[in-house]
Design a protein around this ligand. Structure first.
Ligand code: ZN
Length: 586
């Protein structure tokens, strides 16, 4: 790529770590919590509405308290297994301390999770249990509501349905329908009677699950996802007269994605009946008051991800002329980093989760002879990125490794891969399983697709829109804030330049495959992950008939790219990899 000069500064989020000593862990304590799922289980659910009562009526003035988490992504303990480090501001066992404080103030607190609960942080190790430990922990803590997130659909539908059936509260989503009869897959809402006040909680999820799971339609078999604002409008209308307080529990970010009509903010504006909305999906940390179309205000709050905070909404209500009226609403994120202790009882109960995940993370799969990226920060050379990540600035051995693995298993001419973490690296020394999660954050699978030269070039242009066009007087390159880093793919199997002095769509230059220019009509074999396959399909560059290889179809869970990296290192490289010669180890 061509660039002029570099002067750019990213404010890095500095988290303080303290190492948790893992030396003293005892063997797993086998308990009912480790019960395996047995027999062939159904992949359907049949949830029924039931009113939940909390406390007794009496007072004419009271406060309804709601606590919410979201995007926990397997953070039961305040611990990151991919790097084996203690995390101060994370984990359900820290959240539990805050929940206990909230319940001490108000025993009738409603506890909600807005989804993306089971995937990541080694949570997949427990998918074979009858009930996933994250769901068990939510039951243990007395969660009232679980609104499903998109990552709940990363696995077979049978796994999701087991968790839905075994969650003790209400599982919500107003916009997931059974294709066969248009009925609701889970409950659209749950009504609570809190000390005589009727509180309705309505759920919704991002509608793009079929796009992201395009390579595994079995994950959402028999389901369709409606536009959230349309399904919510219908649900709220159906609830007219049945509630005094209306709460949204949405796995939706602030703004709409792709061609969707509305994110959480627009919903707050359009459906002014909501008194407070708990949002998720975006992994953002905010609490904001939105002006609704009827002149009223609605709080929208999101507690970040991984258990960064417990979002707390307090709704003051008063009885006037025999009807409850909302007097005021406040919303605030209570940060877990401010809690010094975690819930030791909960941690004891789920000790087997920590033991198993820690053991798995430390399994040695080989040796790395040299650091893959010698300068992680492009300017400072440090391992923490405070200016620009080298991995997105130049061709690195680390992205080459990912692309080599993808090309090898998909038997492809070309491969593309993004850097999911700006600080990812493979360091000299033992190559452990946990190092794989550092270089490959998601449980993606591998797809081989046939793409025309013409569409390949369009795809490369799409990816190169990650950069801003350089302007006169610029002393640095900069990134387009509308493009997420995980949507910047780097290509292998061909050579090319990115000319960022040109506008997006006209930047890819000098593309050569085996020394020859790209033939627009020729079909090339391209290796991509299953998410990117969904993107390429949506962009119209490939379709279902373009697929010639699907690692998930061939190997199921063993076909995840992380597992293929391990397989490649063990079997092809015989356990030894170095940045200069891993591609030769085949
Ligand atoms: Zn998430």
């Amino acid at each position: 790529m061509k660039k002029s000069g570099i002067f750019f500064c990213l404010v890095a989020l500095v988290l303080s770590f303290s190492m948790l000593s893992c030396a003293g862990l005892k063997s797993a304590n086998k308990s009912g919590r480790e019960q395996l799922a047995i027999g062939k289980q159904t992949d359907s659910v049949n949830l029924k509405h039931k009113l939940v009562t909390k406390g007794k009526p009496g007072a004419d003035k009271l406060t309804i308290t709601i606590g919410a988490t979201g995007d926990l992504h397997g953070r039961l303990f305040p611990y990151e297994y991919s790097i084996c480090e203690d995390k101060k501001g994370a984990g359900l066992s820290k959240i539990s301390v805050l929940v206990k404080k909230l319940r001490a103030e108000n025993p009738n607190t409603i506890l909600v999770d807005v989804g993306d609960t089971v995937q990541d942080n080694s949570a997949e190790l427990f998918n074979k249990l009858e009930t996933h430990p994250m769901i068990q922990a939510m039951n243990y803590m007395g969660y009232d509501v679980w609104a499903l997130g998109n990552h709940e659909f990363n696995f077979e539908k049978e796994f999701l349905c087991r968790n839905i059936r075994n969650f003790k509260g209400a599982v919500l989503s107003a916009n997931i329908k059974n294709t066969k009869d248009g009925s609701n897959f889970v409950l659209p809402y749950q009504i609570f009677n809190v000390e005589g006040v009727r509180v309705a909680v309505v759920g919704a999820v991002t509608p793009h699950i079929p796009l992201w799971e395009a390579s595994s339609p079995s994950h959402f078999k028999g389901l369709k996802f409606e536009e959230p604002i349309i399904a919510l409008r219908k649900t709220v209308d159906s609830l007219k007269g049945k509630y005094d307080v209306l709460v949204g529990a949405f796995h939706l970010g602030r703004d709409a994605e792709y061609d969707s009509k509305a994110g959480a903010i627009e919903i707050a504006k359009q459906i002014s009946e909501f008194d407070i909305i708990f949002a998720g999906h975006e992994h953002a940390r905010f609490a904001t008051e939105v002006d609704g179309k009827n002149g009223d205000k609605t709080w929208v709050i999101e507690p970040g991800c991984y258990g960064w905070a417990l979002a707390v909404g307090k709704i003051k209500v008063e009885k006037k002329a025999n009807a409850w009226k909302v007097v005021s609403v406040t919303a605030e994120n209570l940060k877990t980093a401010t809690v010094s202790e975690s819930d030791k009882d909960l941690e004891k109960e789920f000790k087997f989760v920590h033991d198993e995940a820690y053991k798995d993370a430390n399994v040695v799969i080989g040796t790395v002879t040299e650091d893959f990226i010698p300068r992680v920060d492009y300017i400072t050379g440090k391992e923490k990125v405070t200016t620009m990540p080298t991995i997105q600035m130049e061709d690195t051995a680390l992205i080459d490794l990912l692309n080599t693995v993808q090309r090898y298993y998909a038997k492809a001419d070309i491969s593309s891969s993004a850097a999911f973490r700006s600080e990812m690296n493979l360091k000299k020394g033992k190559f452990r399983k946990r190092d794989v999660a550092v270089i490959y954050k998601y449980p993606n699978t591998l797809m081989g697709v046939k793409i025309t030269g013409k569409n390949l070039l369009k795809y490369m242009e799409w990816s190169a829109s990650y950069y801003n066009t350089t302007k006169k007087g610029d002393v640095t390159i900069s990134f387009n804030p509308d493009v997420r880093a995980y949507n910047y793919d780097m290509f292998d199997g061909l050579s090319y330049d990115i000319d960022i002095s040109k506008k997006a769509g006209n930047r890819i230059k000098n593309v050569l495959i085996n020394g020859k220019p790209v033939n627009p009509k020729k079909l090339y074999k391209l290796a991509v992950n299953n998410y990117r396959f969904g993107t390429l399909k949506k962009l119209g560059f490939v379709n279902d008939d373009s697929v010639y290889y699907d690692s998930y179809e061939e190997m199921q869970d063993a076909g995840r790219i992380r597992d293929l990296i391990i397989k490649y290192v063990k079997e092809v490289c015989k356990g030894k990899i170095s940045p200069s010669d891993f591609s030769k180890c085949k």
